[in-house]
Every structure is written in structure tokens, then in C-alpha cells.
Design a protein around this ligand. Structure first.
Ligand code: SAM
Length: 282
């Protein structure tokens, strides 16, 4: 554990880079090695795993991952941090060959040099949901992961239908995986200290309920249903269907007067299938 980063090392690295952490990039760095070890443990990493980390920052979690995984791919948007990461790993005695740093935006990344098997990340809070959904969609070899997110986002990801936290992030994330909250993290383990609470969410990918065309149609339905959350589905989805929305919902077995917040992923899929029919018959 001694070669992992603690508070003094994180501050020294930031000083060396003349780094002023920005809110815009969600730069709150973990200064407690035990927290990083806990996150890695919760991801049940095996020696054969190729770990993907989003937003490695100064490397607190990256170094803990390098101890366990066969490879670590780290995607960092801030070029100063991306450039420093391999140097930090080598300086602290880690095998640089196991680390591949990519200076890019994780919202839009589509290709990686290796196929990752597990995602472990302290996600930048303002983009945590789009980043997670992008990774789940485009890297199907990732079977599980542990992410640290703002507690409010964690509550949304694991919410059940008919709950105020249930929404588009819940349904879309659950399309890909089962998710559960596996821990809470004190604000005091970060520098700078954030003004929100953080939680750890573990996900385990399940088999997709349908193919890509059905998924895309279902996600369009989800977007429309939650964009007009208080509206009944027959009205919220009226822009989407070319034929009569009410009869399409009835054919899908869904009450047209219900709202998106009461529907399960499976029910959204039924509407998505109707939408595909609607498009192919016109
Ligand atoms: N993993 C480090 C840790 O735990 O100390 C840093 C976590 S910090 C909450 C989030 C990191 O994500 C920052 O290093 C930030 O520069 C980076 N970041 C922000 N937006 C990003 C994006 N769209 N793609 C990739 N990295 C991003």
C-alpha cells in the first residue's frame, strides 16, 4: 500500500503540475489509499482482467488497479494529467507496460487498443451518466464494474418504478446491467472536498433483452417519456409515432394514460417494438 498515493503525494503532484482542480471537469481527487483499495476490491478484479478507468486524475485509483489487473486503460480528458500518469506509475515502481493512457473525452470514445473486461472509475460528476451509458453501449466486453458517483445519481441508477428518482438514467442503465449501491464515501477523502456526497455503485452486465434496433427504438421512447414526465404516455409519445399513439400503446399492452415513471424496462421495450412496427409499416 505504501506506493499508493496519499494526501501529501496528491498535493505534491498537483503543485508540481501547477494544477488548480476545476469544477467543470469534476476534479476532486481521492487522497485516501484505503478508499481506492476498497473500490478495487468491490470490483472483484482477477489477474486476467483488463480494467478501464475513466478520469484517472493524478492516479490514486490507477495505481491500486495496476496492482490487480493485467492491463489498465485510463481515459483522461485533461492532457496535463494524462501526460503525467505514466510517469507517476513508473516513479512509484509500477510496470508502465501495463498502463495505456488515452487523452480523450470518455463521452464519445468508441475504440480502445484492448478489450476491457471491467470498468472501475471515480467518474467526473457532471457527466457520470452519459459516460457510463456510452461505455456500456460501446464496450460489451465489460462484464461488471464499480463506479463512484454523486449519491443522488447513485439513487437514480438503482431506483425502482414509481419512485421520484426513477427516470431515463435508471431505465437505460438497467437495459444493460443490474446495478446496486455497495458503499458510501466520506467527503473527507477528496481534495478539494466536494459539496456533494458520493456513493459506490456496482453493476453486472446481463444479457440484452433485444437487438440493437429494438434498443435504439426503446431508448427513443424512454427519452420522450421522461422529457415530459408529468404527461400521460399517449401525449408524451405523440411526436414519436406516425400512426395513432394511443392504439400503438394499447397494442403494446400499455395503458395510454399511464406515465413513463411507472413502466419497467420490459414495458418500455414493448413500446419500442411497436415503434419499430410503426416505422416499417409507413
Ligand atoms: N480518479 C481520480 C481520483 O479518484 O482521484 C480523479 C477523479 S475526478 C472525480 C474526475 C477525473 O475525470 C478528473 O481527472 C477529470 O479531469 C476527468 N474528466 C472529466 N471529464 C472527463 C471526460 N469527459 N472524459 C475523461 N475524463 C474526464
Amino acid at each position: 500500500m505504501s506506493n499508493l498515493l496519499g494526501a501529501a503525494e496528491v498535493r505534491a503532484l498537483a503543485d508540481q503540475l501547477n494544477l488548480k482542480p476545476t469544477k467543470k471537469l469534476g476534479q476532486n481527487f481521492v487522497v485516501d489509499a484505503n478508499t481506492c483499495l476498497k473500490i478495487v476490491k468491490l470490483a472483484t478484479i482477477e489477474k486476467s482482467d483488463i480494467a478501464l478507468e475513466i478520469g484517472p486524475g493524478l492516479g490514486s485509483l490507477t495505481l491500486a488497479l495496476l496492482e490487480e489487473a493485467s492491463q489498465v486503460i485510463a481515459i483522461e480528458i485533461d492532457s496535463r494529467l494524462a501526460d503525467q500518469l505514466s510517469i507517476t506509475a513508473a516513479d512509484r515502481g509500477f510496470d508502465q507496460n501495463k498502463l495505456k493512457v488515452i487523452n480523450d473525452d470518455a463521452i464519445s470514445v468508441r475504440d480502445l487498443p484492448f478489450k476491457p473486461t471491467v470498468l472501475v472509475a471515480n467518474l467526473p460528476y457532471n457527466v457520470s451518466v452519459p459516460v457510463l451509458l456510452n461505455i456500456l453501449e460501446h464496450f460489451p466486453t465489460i462484464t461488471r464494474g464499480v463506479i463512484m458517483v454523486q449519491s443522488e445519481v447513485a439513487d437514480r441508477l438503482v431506483a425502482v418504478a414509481n419512485n421520484k428518482d426513477y427516470g431515463s438514467p435508471t431505465v437505460k442503465a438497467n437495459w444493460w446491467a443490474n446495478l446496486k449501491i455497495v458503499g458510501h464515501v466520506s467527503r473527507s477523502v477528496f481534495w478539494p472536498i466536494p459539496n456533494v456526497d458520493s456513493s459506490l455503485v456496482r453493476f453486472d452486465r446481463h444479457l440484452p433483452a433485444a437487438g440493437e434496433a429494438e434498443r435504439a427504438a426503446t431508448f427513443a421512447v424512454i427519452d420522450h417519456a421522461f422529457a415530459k414526465r408529468r404527461k400521460m404516455l399517449r401525449s408524451a409519445l405523440s411526436q414519436l409515432f406516425r400512426s395513432n399513439t394511443e392504439s400503438a400503446l394499447i397494442q403494446a399492452g400499455i395503458d395510454p394514460t399511464s406515465r413513463g415513471e411507472v413502466l419497467t424496462v420490459e414495458q418500455f421495450l414493448k413500446i419500442g417494438k411497436q415503434l419499430l412496427n410503426d416505422k416499417s409499416t409507413k
